[in-house]
Write a protein that binds this ligand. Structure first.
Ligand code: 9MR
Length: 461
């Protein structure tokens, strides 16, 4: 039967769906038929892997460059998260300490660490009233406007192609009931400073999603939330390039989780932007509140990812509030278990319902012999309008190297439970075990091509 997929755009495959490719073991090399493996739902064991299975979402953390050589920190980072946000290293004072002199050393360290491991990077933040270098703090008028625009252009150009989402403008609205813009030297250059920053960022890195990011925008009834909403609505109506809204969601007893949080997420999403929870921490880390936040995000298809603002409580800017998912020793707190199980129990996909149609193309190539004796089995995961997941399970080795190829213009956008590297074409991924078990996964952006990725070899080491 040829039908239409639920997204209505592609013909549907028939009953030979769900073929899986088994390669690598010497005894299987001559096999010509596909081995059929149904997609069995096994609960993911890390935050990033589980989020990826919920519609290619990410689960990220703020990262400090000077902690990357703390082994407890790096172990948790590499195991659990598939997105990072430099906590301070991309801010204006860090990247342009004197006018026109750019220093990317610390930010590059984080970006390289992340990209070598298949993690996405959120850029934070291009234009902000705070953490400006001294020379900018003392500027005003058109000189400041031009300096800000040059900064946006230079930094976004330096990272062009490497940033999933940029916080282009951060915290531009006032707290309280006014609904007004925050007074700042940038605001005093003219009310259009935000939109010109977005246009400059788009020109510099057309591939990055461009976000407006703020705090105290969680409660739908707050004047600040409404003011940001009206700005985004206005930008969409006038064609100002904005793709996402970041809700920082620093929740504490003075600014608690609001029962209408889901309404806030879905209302922004209805404007035609993605919503990202960008700096989540919750005073005392109550498991129930973390669970609510995750469930609210999963319920909104355009809520595409969650970032917590640090790994261990001791890494938090509010350490005394113990607001994070890991304790000072790196142990998982009850909030961690609540987040992971909420992610694993979630069902709602992002934009475009997932279809049951697997990528097209069966196991047509005979793989070259691998160097050792292991078997890599590729299973189709969920599929959405623009991307699909695959999971590869290795048997016969605990230290392994699996080579997987995607078909251009496909691109692997995120991975979990392995350490990836790519050849110069970007199409061939070598995945090495990283202690996270024997199943790794990845999300492929289809870019119009729905061929199943091919496992080329499995090598035990
Ligand atoms: O966590 C950051 C902390 O290390 C810095 O000292 C501080 C300086 O402003 O910024 C913190 O991060 C902030 C983020 O950049 C924007 N939203 C609020 C965050 C917490 O203050």
């Amino acid at each position: 039967m040829i039908g239409r997929s639920r997204t209505g755009s592609r013909p549907r495959m028939g009953s030979r769906a769900r073929a899986a490719l088994v390669v690598g073991a010497v005894g299987l090399l001559t096999a010509t038929g596909a081995v059929v493996l149904p997609h069995t739902a096994s609960a993911a064991t890390t935050l990033g892997a589980s989020a990826a299975e919920r519609g290619g979402r990410y689960f990220g953390t703020a990262v400090a460059a000077n902690k990357l050589n703390d082994s407890t920190y790096a172990t948790i980072l590499n195991r659990e998260f598939n997105s990072v946000t430099p906590e301070n290293e991309m801010k204006w004072d860090a990247t342009e300490p004197s006018q026109g002199n750019f220093n990317y050393a610390s930010a590059d360290q984080i970006v390289n660490h992340a990209r070598q491991r298949g993690m996405q990077v959120r850029g934070h933040a291009l234009a902000w009233h705070s953490q400006q270098p001294g020379w900018a703090q003392n500027m005003s008028g058109s000189a400041l406007r031009n300096a800000m625009l040059n900064h946006v252009t230079q930094v976004a150009t330096h990272y062009r192609g490497q940033i999933h989402s940029w916080d282009v403008v951060n915290e531009a609205f006032a707290d309280g009931g006014s609904g007004a813009r925050r007074d700042s030297n940038l605001q005093r250059t003219g009310n259009d400073w935000i939109e010109v920053a977005f246009r400059a960022a788009r020109a510099a890195d057309p591939g990055a999603k461009l976000c407006y990011n703020d705090y105290n925008t969680d409660n739908w009834n707050d004047a600040k939330t409404q003011a940001v909403y009206r700005m985004v609505q206005d930008f969409k109506q006038r064609g100002v390039p904005i793709d996402c809204v970041g809700l920082q969601s620093h929740l504490n007893n003075g600014s608690p989780y609001p029962s209408n949080y889901r309404t806030t997420l879905s209302s922004f999403a209805a404007l035609g932007v993605d919503v990202q929870i960008t700096e989540l921490d919750i005073e005392g880390a109550p498991a129930a509140t973390y669970r609510n936040v995750v469930n609210d995000c999963l319920a909104v298809p355009r809520c595409t990812g969650i970032t917590v603002w640090g790994i261990r409580d001791s890494d938090s800017w509010r350490a005394s509030q113990t607001p994070l998912l890991f304790n000072n020793s790196g142990g998982k707190k009850p909030a961690y278990d609540a987040v992971l199980s909420a992610l694993n129990n979630g069902t709602t996909p992002p934009t475009g319902s997932p279809t049951t149609t697997p990528p097209t193309g069966g196991p047509t190539t005979t793989p070259p012999p691998g160097g050792g004796s292991c078997t890599a089995t590729l299973r189709d995961g969920a599929r959405w309008g623009d991307r699909f997941n695959s999971e590869v399970t290795v048997s016969g080795a605990s230290n392994w190297t699996v080579v997987v190829a995607v078909t251009p213009p496909q691109r692997v956008s995120s991975t979990w439970n392995g350490t990836p590297s790519w050849d110069s074409s970007g199409n061939v991924m070598t995945m090495r075990s990283n202690g996270s078990g024997n199943t790794f996964g990845f999300t492929t952006m289809a870019n119009g091509n729905w061929n199943r990725p091919q496992v080329r070899s499995c090598t035990a080491s």
